[in-house]
Design a binder for this molecule. Sequence first.
Ligand code: FAD
Length: 548
Amino acid sequence: MVTSFIEALSRLPGIELLDGKQAATAYGQDTGGCRRLPAGAIAVNTAGTIREILALANMHKTPLWPISGGRNFGYGTSLPVDSRSFILDLSRLRGVQIDADSCTALIEPGVTQADLHAAIERSGVRLLVPTTGVGPNGSILGNALDGGYGLTPVADHFEAVCEFEGFWGNGTPFRHVYQEMACSEMAKRWTQGIGASWAGLLRQGSFGVVTRARVQLARVPEATRILVFEWKSDEALEASQAALSALTEDIPGIGGIIMMNDARVLSTQLDAPLASPLKGDARVAYLSQLARERKVSPWTGLGTLYGSRDAVAGSVRDVRRRLKHCTVWSFSPAQIRLLQKTLHHLPKWGFSALRRHFGSLVNTLGTVEGYPIVAFLKIAYALDPSVKTLTVAAHPAKDGVGILWYAPLLPFTAGDVKRYRRVMSDCLGTNGFDPLLAVTSRSSRALSGTIPILFDRSNPVEVERAHHCYRELVKVGLANGWPPYRIGVNYMDLVACRADSSNAKLQRLLKQALDGNGIVASGRYAHQSPEAGLARQALSDVLAPVDH
Ligand SMILES: Cc1cc2nc3c(=O)[nH]c(=O)nc-3n(C[C@H](O)[C@H](O)[C@H](O)COP(=O)(O)OP(=O)(O)OC[C@H]3O[C@@H](n4cnc5c(N)ncnc54)[C@H](O)[C@@H]3O)c2cc1C
């Protein structure tokens, strides 16, 4: 089957074809040490060929794993769930057009944060790039389709996409309903369209390939502020949660607030304290001592405010007035730029708070001003003392770095934050990993935890230990009622519902209708293993009643 698929593809212009061995070299490295190598890869040079590739894949019953950037670090990088898949690499498609009137960008899959930033600059319109920690080379579309988020005004990047264009797995095209009604201007401005909306099927879905999308971009607001929070104890952090949740609801211009423990802050510092060879209790004591010496608070928060001048100034006052148990610092971009120029002229004996937050402030400036920076990738290199500053060429997977992201959702309550801290620290500690904890506000009701598992990818024992720890974290999180918002290709089984559950049945029905041959993203967020072949089972079976 694979041989005949390759033969058929080899006659297709506008692509570069890689066999299994070549694909393993080009796409095989994963920061998580996953070895789900693809059967081959198709790098697409012209968007026009995608329809034909899909037709051939259907004819030869060969699954495709679409990637837009292939930088899904911590979640599988470029690798598929199902090793029978050919990677469909769309990263070479980098067309981008800014529409000044609607403040949107029409993008092809390979458009990166840097491409979008350059296009915005060229257009002269003052718009923000929806940046993430992955930096300038991160794909805008790939991040959105995997449910990614940032600290920008539209934090959830999938929600910023107002139009999708592409093909369901069976080759049927899709586009916004208002395009088909010849009301294209409203398609740019009204994501929902009219009637039932199918766009949600593309979020973490396995039904279609997106070939073009339109992204709504936030205008550069009149004013922005960066907030820094410091909590002197775990208890103080917990006591602030109710007020933070209420503030998140009351202040429309507040972006996500990320709250990090001291070990997490140390993990981003230039001299790589986590590279210490110490283990166990000695390591815990060393990191606590270091945090005290460097005056890193037990918990540090970073937040952003966007809006009109008076709204932002009032919001800063409201945050200070209502948030007890912590110190709040507020900086405008102009102040940070001034600090950049003057910090080394300030006397060495003072300004310690400014000095310890200076790096984060400069990095967050990129977020509020909407340009991508590479510095947030530093955490991936935290075990390597030789890495000081990163260039845009940084690629954690190809650089041999070991990082897995565990990202559970939890209720925005003091009790859950307290339990999260204890439960996750225990699980990480038992497995011999540093508790690099953070929670970010995703709404006034939900927090998203992010925990990196950092490990030596060149050591198979360490890789195994990291995989084991990841599974333990997911299980212990689920046992506490905290499901991941996103998960890596190696761990889909951990979030799969039973094959006879209502969600699994619906997924099979949709798969049957839109991608009957199981071509697109086989196994991605699947409620059953792809090899089971149940996607092809008769509809009557699927519809049969279930005993409860
Ligand atoms: C240090 C560090 C910091 C990070 N910070 C962040 C962060 O702040 N926010 C965040 O969200 N993530 C973050 N990440 C995780 C990840 O690297 C990013 O989310 C990254 O943007 C995902 O890779 P990509 O954009 O290249 O997507 P891709 O790998 O191209 O796509 C992701 C998935 O989406 C699907 N897909 C992609 N394109 C298509 C298409 N055209 N049609 C159909 N399906 C498609 C595929 O299944 C694919 O596996 C971080 C990682 C690291 C190591």
